[in-house]
Design a protein. Sequence first.
Length: 51
Amino acid sequence: MVGCGANLPLAQRGHKVAVVRQAIAHNQPNPADGLDVLAKVGGYDLVGMTG
């Protein structure tokens, strides 16, 4: 899921989606392991929000 957080203009959302897809393809997180996904794709702020 990719949103327009941080007041990202809607026109730039496509680029954000592409970057996340590239990160997933490069890092290959295990979708059954939430910690692995956060470690390989999530940013520091996202990990902090999950507790």
